[in-house]
Design a protein around this ligand. Structure first.
Ligand code: FMN
Length: 372
């Protein structure tokens, strides 16, 4: 409440990226002092009903920070201390690059949306490795995912070498790696979602994956259902550990603001489409291929809607900007209240159970289907 009524209006007076940099610098500083431990102490909600192990990786709760917020792994301890069960850093590119010219992030608070055309600004895999090496054992109190993307200077035919170069440098640090072929702001990148190029990319990555790190695949919300069938087929053949659905969208559907800004849209207007994609994937993918849902989540009601459609884990980014740093802790509190109210031994008991999720959403104050 305080964030929405006082802090957000103040922060939103300034350019999005300047605020992002200031917040990240402050978070980086806090991460280098014992202060982050105090945040962890006050915000942590550890409870065995929220924990699960998927593809051999332990998640202390099902809510992760989506890629793009801490691209260079500058402030992982503090971000983890906000309560996230997983922090996905990146996208990291093999070659350091500045990304697109600024301004490149635009806010639409009335719609709970962002449009960005960052174009993968990245310190590069080498520098990110150095940042990760700085953390002591125990500084990162959750799962660490590393999201890798293609460097702009690398031609699309050489994409596998580029991804492998980042993966090889960072492999000892990530609990899992997300292969990002779905950002809308790198020319040609989304072509890698097509059957042939995707199969080649994932086969080459798995060849280089001697220690069998879980490789996750992050896809776009703009794929047709037939293209999702191809993704499922290739993911299965390529021993992909899970699918992350979805990245930002080209569409401007459900955005009420008028804008000509080019880029990927995230936040509330993306929610309905990402839900459809997650529902389709859960219905058509093999049961042993988990789905990580992302798109427009800012409350437990949204998370419940994704669980009801079969997601095992959820992630958020725009919700953190719109609702502030306590969003995760509030979301987890609500999920635990649902477990208490419905005597659920584990949060997984909600998976695929629309009736129970709708009832739980009503208990939390609004129905999951109404929020569509
Ligand atoms: C400013 C910004 C930068 C992003 N950068 C990345 C990125 O580098 N790699 C990636 O895979 N996704 C990136 N994303 C997409 C998010 O990880 C997420 O998939 C998308 O925003 C939908 O979730 P949300 O509605 O909770 O924000 C970015 C999103 C935003 C808003």
């Amino acid at each position: 409440m305080v964030y929405r009524s006082l802090i957000r209006p103040l922060l939103f007076r300034f350019d999005s990226e300047s605020i992002h940099h200031s917040t990240l610098s402050l978070s980086k500083w806090i991460s280098s002092t014992p202060l982050w431990r105090a945040v962890d102490f006050f915000l942590k909600r550890e409870d065995s009903r929220l924990a699960q192990t998927l593809f051999g990786v332990h998640f202390k709760n099902p809510v992760g920070l989506a890629a793009g917020f801490d691209k260079d792994a500058l402030a992982v301890p503090l971000l983890a201390a906000l309560g996230f069960g997983c922090i996905e850093i990146g996208s990291v590119t093999a070659v350091a690059q500045p990304g697109n010219p600024k301004p490149r992030i635009f806010r639409f608070p009335e719609d709970g949306a962002l449009i960005n055309r960052m174009g993968f600004p990245s310190a590069g895999a080498e520098a990110v490795l150095e940042h990760l090496k700085r953390y002591q054992k125990g500084d990162i109190r959750c799962t660490l995912g590393i999201n890798i993307g293609k460097s702009k200077i690398t031609p699309i035919e050489k994409a596998p070498d580029d991804y492998i170069s980042s993966f090889a440098k960072l492999r000892t640090f990530g609990d899992y790696f997300a292969v990002n072929v779905s950002s809308p702001n790198t020319p040609g990148l989304r072509q890698l979602q097509e059957k042939g190029p995707l199969r080649e990319l994932l086969a080459r990555l798995q060849e280089a994956n001697e220690t069998e790190k879980p490789l996750l695949l992050k896809i776009a919300p703009d794929l047709e259902f037939s293209a999702l069938d191809d993704v499922i087929e290739v993911a299965e053949q390529s021993r992909i550990a899970a699918i992350i659905a979805t990245n930002t969208t080209f569409s401007r559907e459900r955005l009420t603001a008028t804008t000509n800004e080019v880029g990927g849209m995230s936040g509330s207007p993306l929610y309905a489409r990402s839900l459809q994609v997650v529902e389709y994937l859960s219905a058509h993918a093999p049961k042993n291929l988990p789905i990580v849902a992302v798109g427009g989540i800012s409350s437990a009601v949204h998370a419940l809607a994704y669980f009801s459609r079969g997601a095992q884990l959820v992630q958020l980014y725009t919700g953190l900007i719109m609702e502030g740093p306590f969003v995760v802790s509030a979301l987890l509190r609500d999920l635990l209240n649902v477990c208490d109210r419905f005597s659920l031994p584990h949060i997984c008991d909600l998976r695929g159970n629309k009736e129970l999720c709708d009832e739980a959403s009503r208990f939390l104050g609004s129905s999951a289907t109404e929020s569509l």
